[in-house]
Design a protein around this ligand. Sequence first.
Ligand SMILES: [Zn+2]
Length: 191
Amino acid sequence: MTMPSWVSGDEGKPAPMPLLLVQSFVNTWDGDRNSDLLLDPATARDWLTEAGLWNADRAPDPAELHRARAVREGIRAMLIANTGGPAPALDDLQPLQAVAQTNRPALRIEQNGHVSLAAEPADGPEAGLLALLLLIRDAQRDGTWPRLKACGNPDCRWAFYDRSHSQVGAWCDMATCGNRIKNRRLRQRPR
Ligand SMILES: [Zn+2]
């Protein structure tokens, strides 16, 4: 399967489309490489435009990028809960609440009778962020959401899709994060 251009080359456990978009948005921050695609306005515009989350000609301003990163970290907190971590704190969810409260999706009846709910195009990041929330809602309804997780390694937190039958996967990659954490625990174990 060829991946869309907006998916990281490091994506070892990709979610099915369209949830892959939420996963890739979370993975615009790469703790391992200490890189963030939503920091520099030009870089952010390129990524967001390719991903279909931005349709203005201008680049996002610093305040808009700050909001987008806050939404990203709120989603990450939800994915940590999916990995068996604590439920997201109210503070984590607040940026998502703000998007939900200030933007209304549009309900449309298409020619073939299909009823769709979509974010209205807007000159700002709101439409894209709202589109991500709608994807999360769909995934929560179709049952794929609990499989989208954040790596159990606190230094990593990479979003991965757990395809295992038992759904107990906790690492983005067993060879790197899984063993790293297990070795650390072994060393810390009292003798
Ligand atoms: Zn990891």
